[in-house]
Write a protein that binds this ligand. Structure first.
Ligand SMILES: Nc1ncnc2c1ncn2[C@@H]1O[C@H](COP(=O)(O)OP(=O)(O)O)[C@@H](O)[C@H]1O
Ligand SMILES: [Mg+2]
Length: 300
């Protein structure tokens, strides 16, 4: 342990992360050894905006809790958070994917209700706490909805078409598109014929997402046609898989107005599904259904 920061010990280990806008260090709160993360933000303007939004969102579910904020030497702003863990989105099972989506959309609902857009909902800005619940972090770009301009900020691979193309009139639904990209990453192994592997990648363009939407439409259409045959077959793909595909399709819509709001998404069948709906969707038992989807795709 090294370097005392106010009332925290900063652990000088190789976990420290340097990003374009901040420096993340891991440590403990001295008086109770509580594990914390210290985020040093070099831009005063960004730091003050982030602290203001975090204070406004204090106590809202699934939004990171600000434990402390102070100015360190050289006018660097330090924000202190509870230590969280990374989520490996591509390896979660479908039940967990639904839980994480419900929690992410709940976090966005809290922000959007307060008239705030996050603007940087990405795979690295969702983490989990010790109970395994999703926590949305990094409110550094969050803005009031009527002040948002498409100025190229945000993270490639997660940008909604309106931000990507710099269209005017951006509203809270750009966050819903980014949440859709996160859902797509989690569903990749479940929907093998929808080009989900490129979601979140720096080279992703809205044209790629259009292709994914088209493939999701074909998948849903094919399932509708196959459903009449299910009475003769025991290999019925769990219906919740198509609920997941339908939510994904609506979140990725090119036009913001066609995407569900956070409140609407929380009512979607995929996010209200019960434990029983996820039967046979664990990775190991789902493999046979994956093969069915691939075979159907080849025949279409
Ligand atoms: N509370 C936390 N616990 C653990 N790791 C964190 C925490 N906050 C941030 N990180 C790590 O640091 C990275 C950058 O933090 P973030 O707040 O997103 O800063 P930036 O605005 O620079 O992207 C995150 O993607 C995550 O890997
Ligand atoms: Mg970040």
């Amino acid at each position: 342990m090294q370097a005392e920061h106010h009332q925290y010990w900063v652990l000088s280990d190789d976990r420290a992360i340097q990003t374009r806008l901040s420096n993340i260090e891991f440590g403990v709160r001295i008086h109770d050894s509580f594990p914390v993360v210290l985020k040093t933000v070099t831009s005063t303007c960004i730091a003050e905006q982030e602290v203001k939004t975090l204070r406004q969102m204090a106590g809202k579910p699934h939004i990171v809790q600000l434990l402390d904020a102070f100015v360190h030497e050289k006018q660097h702003h330090v924000l202190v958070f509870p230590m969280l863990e990374r989520i490996r989105l591509s390896s979660v099972d479908m039940k967990t994917a639904a839980k994480y989506m419900r929690q992410l959309v709940t976090a966005l609902h809290g922000l959007h209700e307060a008239g705030i857009v996050h603007l940087d909902v990405t795979a690295s800005n969702v983490m989990k706490d010790a109970k395994g619940d999703l926590v949305l972090i990094d409110l550094g770009l969050a803005s009031l909805v009527h002040e948002v301009r498409a100025d190229g900020r945000g993270t490639r691979g997660f940008l909604s078409p309106e931000i990507y193309y710099g269209r005017p009139d951006i509203d809270t639904r750009c966050d819903m598109y980014s949440a859709g990209i996160i859902l797509g990453i989690m569903l990749e192994s479940y929907l093998p014929v929808c080009s989900l592997a490129c979601l979140g990648g720096a080279l992703l363009t809205p044209a790629d997402t259009d292709k994914t939407i088209h493939q999701l439409e074909m998948l849903l259409e094919m399932e509708k046609r196959c459903s009449a045959l299910y009475q003769y077959s025991t290999l019925r793909i769990p219906p919740v898989v198509f609920d997941a595909a339908s939510l994904l399709k609506s979140l990725l819509a090119n036009e913001a107005g066609e995407r569900p709001t956070a409140a609407e998404a929380l009512e979607h069948p995929f996010l209200t599904a019960t434990e029983a709906d996820f039967a046979h969707t664990e990775h190991a038992s789902y493999k046979k259904f994956r093969d069915v989807l691939i075979r159907r795709h080849r025949c279409s």
